[in-house]
Every structure is written in structure tokens, then in C-alpha cells.
Ligand binder design. Structure first.
Ligand SMILES: Nc1nc2c(ncn2[C@@H]2O[C@H](COP(=O)(O)OP(=O)(O)OP(=O)(O)O)[C@@H](O)[C@H]2O)c(=O)[nH]1
Ligand SMILES: [Zn+2]
Length: 203
């Protein structure tokens, strides 16, 4: 299945206004020569890359989901797992990345499967903390579908913990949001967790 991203190459066609000049100054501040050959186009590349990496600020849930909500019978658990995400931490503006797993129990409405990946991108492509992305995804699914339950579980590796700071290269962080049936019924939660759990590092 090809999943069409809500944030695509088109989001890198434009530069974040003003970011190129700031990047030029940033290069000078770290002791680089912004005029040396390898760096002359870097400020423009950075301004375009950040346009992509923060495109989530300029998209809405409606952009991500479109007409993807459908009426449907059935109330069995739906799990979409191993959705990659890439985000930037709001504390250090360094990447964190990993996988998101989303489940819900429908109550008359279902969502097109690709839309879960687009919702993950919508909230990841901003300055974030992993906990907030997790909650925002759960809120979005809950608001769109009013399901009997929704669960979001995210596993992330934070470069600000690996390449600086405490320098722990092997740690990963898991966050979860459990709503409705996933909160009230331990067996439902356990079914979800057994389907998705497993550290990123062991895959
Ligand atoms: N809860 C949470 N913390 C995060 C996330 N990403 C990064 N952090 C943490 O944010 C914290 C910021 O802590 P500060 O003490 O203000 O900053 P710092 O001195 O650079 O911290 P160190 O990383 O410990 O050197 C650090 O503990 C980071 O590990 C995230 O997604 N969620
Ligand atoms: Zn950080």
C-alpha cells in the first residue's frame, strides 16, 4: 500500500522566510566561514529543509483527512502499526524519530487507513515533545470518529539524549494515550499492547 504523505516534497520547494539569513549568521557564530565553497548554498538548503520539517504548522486536520471518514458497521479493533515519524524536539531543535501505533474500536465511523499516517505527519512535523504528539493523535482520532476507544503508542529515539547531554545511544522512549475501552478494559489494552509492543532497538 502506498501512503500519500500529507507533507510532501512540495513543502520543501519554498524557504522559511528569513531563515536563510539567520543560518548564514549561525554558521559564522559557530566559527565557520559561510563563504567557503561547501557552505555557500547551505543557508538556502536549511531554509528549505526547515520548511519541510515544520510544515505541520501550516496544515490542518482537515488537510490531512479530507473526506476520509466513512460510515461503517462493525466494532472490532482496528490497529495501524509501525507508522514512522520524524520530529524535532522543542528543547534542543534536534531530531527524534521512531514509530507510532494507533488503534481504535469503531462506533459507526471508520477512517481511511492512510489517514492515520497523515495525522502522524501533521503533528510530528513541528517542534514537539513526544508526549504531546501522542495526545494530539489520540485527540484527533477521538474527535473525528467518536469511537468506543482509541489507543496511541509511540516509540522514539531522541538525538538530544544520544549525541549530546547524557549521551545514551541505546535508550528509547515510549509514550501512550489510552481512551475509552482501552482505558477501562485491561484485556482490550493488553490485546493492543501485545500487537504493537517491542522496542525499536530490538527490531
Ligand atoms: N518529556 C520529554 N522530554 C524531552 C523530549 N525531548 C527532549 N526532552 C528532554 O527535555 C529536557 C530539557 O531539559 P533541560 O534541563 O531544560 O535542558 P538541558 O540542560 O539541555 O538538558 P540535558 O539534555 O539533560 O543536558 C531534557 O531532559 C531532554 O531529554 C520529549 O519529547 N519529551
Ligand atoms: Zn531535546
Amino acid at each position: 500500500m502506498t501512503i500519500e504523505p500529507v507533507i510532501s516534497a512540495a513543502d520543501e520547494k519554498q524557504e522559511v522566510p528569513g531563515l536563510s539569513a539567520l543560518t548564514h549568521d549561525w554558521l559564522a557564530a559557530i566559527g565557520e566561514d559561510p563563504a567557503r565553497e561547501g557552505l555557500t548554498r547551505t543557508p538556502h538548503r536549511v531554509a528549505k529543509a526547515w520548511s519541510f520539517m515544520t510544515a505541520g504548522y501550516h496544515k490542518t486536520l482537515h488537510d490531512a483527512v479530507g473526506e476520509g471518514v466513512f460510515a461503517a458497521e462493525g466494532s472490532e479493533m482496528v490497529i495501524v502499526k509501525d507508522i514512522e515519524f520524524y520530529s524535532m524536539c522543542e528543547h534542543h531543535m534536534l531530531p527524534f524519530y521512531g514509530r507510532a501505533h494507533i488503534a481504535y474500536i469503531p462506533d459507526g465511523k471508520i477512517l481511511g487507513l492512510s489517514k492515520f499516517a497523515r495525522i502522524v505527519d501533521l503533528y510530528s512535523r513541528r517542534l514537539q515533545v513526544q508526549e504531546r504528539i501522542t495526545t494530539q493523535i489520540a485527540d484527533a482520532v477521538e474527535g473525528l470518529l467518536s469511537p468506543k476507544g482509541v489507543a496511541v503508542y509511540m516509540e522514539g529515539v531522541h538525538l538530544c539524549m544520544a549525541m549530546r547531554g547524557v549521551q545514551k545511544q541505546n535508550s528509547s522512549t515510549t509514550t501512550s494515550a489510552m481512551r475509552g475501552r482501552f482505558r477501562s478494559d485491561p484485556r482490550t489494552r493488553a490485546e493492543f499492547m501485545s500487537a504493537v509492543q517491542g522496542t525499536l532497538r530490538s527490531r
